[in-house]
Design a protein around this ligand. Structure first.
Ligand code: NAD
Length: 341
């Protein structure tokens, strides 16, 4: 039997476990899996560049489990009242190749991106970080802010989006939090006085959403929207000043902010892959004046972690719909009999 996990069932599961506890436990699972970095078979994701977007496949495996995610990125979709990013994914057993769970991955993508971003901030942002600048208040935004509240005592969010409706939506969704929400009139105003900048805009071109002049010593930046060839958000000179951490160098060089460097320069400039900070192989933030950048593109391991974690919780709470998607055969060689024609 395979577990088919719909967004409604996932919502039930997150509520049952508790949102903060879900994020905290997911961060632990991410740490556990990133610490086993060398046990995974991994490749940069496979991307099909299509007019106005990208469609990608993200496979990964360890000795016991295999997972893949199908995900798109179509920044113009909201103009037609459709999400920019939607996804589906599967977790399978290695021993016989049988699928265990097939899940909608649109919400898990937001959850795992937020948990990974919070994990990176935990390793790279100042311990006394209290103020977030949130640039882009679209689908990912609330997840990002709430995950950061789990790892730092965040008090204030300064936010801006070119779409006033998206800003109102964000404020409305956050109204029951105890955060001070400051709606700003520009990206520059939002960044002013912040400790952690989360930039999650969608536009399939190089846009200087964050300018070098605005970035002060001690700030940490999580750059999420620079995640595809020809799509970046941070002015190049910010990269020159920052300590840069990526998920998987070979993929980030194609898709991340560092795509604007040659391989040779990127090899010199990138300080670490995230797993190296988690294992203690390299130190995260070293002093209060450092500018740090987590150049996130989203890596298959993050989907693997959330699929394996959510699958365990589904079993614990008996959540999901269990379906026989594999033909139930008496004789494994007699597939034709199922058609009954
Ligand atoms: P979304 O379309 O729902 O939201 C993006 C928001 O950015 C929109 O509200 C838009 O109005 C705003 N925006 C665009 N240009 C702007 C600018 N110059 N200044 C301020 N706001 C601007 O998209 P989403 O699902 O929230 O995703 C955001 C980005 O994050 C996308 O680029 C997506 O590809 C990326 N993403 C990355 C990861 C990762 O793992 N790194 C995971 C998921 C999504």
């Amino acid at each position: 039997m395979i577990n088919l996990l719909s967004p409604e069932e996932l919502a039930k599961l997150v509520k049952r476990h508790g949102f903060d506890r879900y994020i905290l436990d997911l961060i632990d699972v991410l740490k556990e899996d990133f610490s086993r970095w060398n046990e995974f078979d991994k490749i940069p994701r496979l991307a099909f560049h299509v007019p106005d977007g990208v469609i990608e496949l993200m496979p990964i495996a360890d000795k016991k489990l295999f997972s893949f995610k199908y995900v798109n990125g179509h920044p113009k979709n909201p103009l037609f009242n459709k999400s920019t990013v939607v996804a589906t994914g599967q977790l399978s057993r290695i021993e016989d190749g049988f699928p265990l769970m097939f899940s909608g991955m649109t919400i898990p993508t937001a959850l795992r991106t937020a948990a990974t971003s919070a994990l990176a901030s935990d390793l790279l942002a100042r311990k006394d970080a209290r103020t977030i600048a949130l640039i882009g208040t679209g689908a990912q935004s609330e997840f990002q802010v709430l995950a950061h509240k789990v790892i730092r005592d965040i008090k204030t969010v300064r936010y801006y989006d070119i779409d006033a409706k998206a800003m109102n939506k964000f404020a409305n969704n956050m109204r029951s939090s105890d955060l001070e929400l400051i709606a700003c009139d520009s990206n520059e105003e939002a960044v002013k006085g912040s400790d952690i900048i989360i930039v999650c805009t969608a536009c399939k071109q190089h846009v200087d959403v964050i300018l070098n002049d605005w970035v002060r010593p001690g700030m940490h930046i999580n750059g999420l929207g620079g995640d595809c060839p020809g799509k970046t958000e941070v002015e190049l000179s910010v990269l020159d000043r920052a300590k840069i951490v990526v998920e998987f160098f070979d993929q980030s060089l194609i898709e991340g902010e560092i795509q604007r460097y040659s391989r040779q320069k990127a090899e010199k400039k990138v300080y670490a892959e995230l797993w190296q900070l988690i294992t203690g192989d390299k130190v995260g933030r070293e002093h209060d004046q450092e500018i740090t950048l987590f150049d996130s593109v989203g890596f298959a391991l993050e989907d693997f972690s959330i699929l394996r974690f959510t699958y365990q919780l589904c079993q614990k709470y008996h959540i999901g719909e269990f379906v026989d998607i594999i033909p139930p055969l008496q004789d494994p060689k007699d597939l034709f009999s199922i058609l009954n024609v």
